[in-house]
Ligand binder design. Sequence first.
Ligand SMILES: Nc1ncnc2c1ncn2[C@@H]1O[C@H](COP(=O)(O)OP(=O)(O)OP(=O)(O)O)[C@@H](O)[C@H]1O
Ligand SMILES: [Mg+2]
Length: 243
Amino acid sequence: MSENKILYEGKAKQLFATENEFELIQFFKDDATAFNKKKHEIINSKGVLNNLISENIFKYLGSKNIPNHFIKRLNEREQLIKKVEIIPIEVVVRNIAAGTFTQRFGIEEGKKLPETLIEFNLKDDEHDDPLISDEHIKVFKWANQLEINEIKLKALSINNHLTELFNSIDILLVDFKIEFGRTQSGNTKEIILADEISPDSCRLWDKKSNEKLDKDRFRRNLGGLIEAYKEVATRLGIDLSSI
Ligand SMILES: Nc1ncnc2c1ncn2[C@@H]1O[C@H](COP(=O)(O)OP(=O)(O)OP(=O)(O)O)[C@@H](O)[C@H]1O
Ligand SMILES: [Mg+2]
């Protein structure tokens, strides 16, 4: 989308302006990064798969009345989205212990948590996205208490829908990271789901083999990342004949 002005270049995506001030184009790159960019590789066609998978999941959540930024997919790598004011918090939802959580609390990977846990990390690469509490969010005014409550309710509802979706295709939803943003709807500001939901931002394990079907394949040098993402896409019913 060279004729559109680039507004933001992130690790995995680019954002472009459109003629409509309330809409943006989200472009999915092939870059894979982990450990706050200490590990970086280009993995051919990852962006195409994430664009398709994120489209599928956002449409599914839309059908379940979860308001989100997705408008339509434009091509292989781009989707039109509603522009939001991103709340600078990574909302992490955990069903099963994995990743940094296991190190932090000395818990074995794969242990089911007694209840779903929501964690917040500040979106701040310079400081390694620190873990924060509701109190930090309020003191620094990243969001107010009502917004925090709404974010938690939405995150749990998204977790219920996604757990059911992945369960139906024999995948365990271990954990995931989401972002929310504010949009103006009339006089009130609405909080909607934004960014992406893909195997880059979820931990997905095959229910029978426990095989990892997500970005941990890259983080842990397991190989077969594209095959895993294709497996997730195929099980979601996405047509991959064009890639
Ligand atoms: N609907 C939206 N409106 C405005 N910004 C958005 C929207 N959806 C996602 N974003 C932002 O677009 C950027 C996407 O780029 P990318 O995910 O590559 O960033 P990143 O390198 O991971 O950095 P960040 O830590 O900001 O996510 C993110 O900053 C994300 O917060
Ligand atoms: Mg990001």
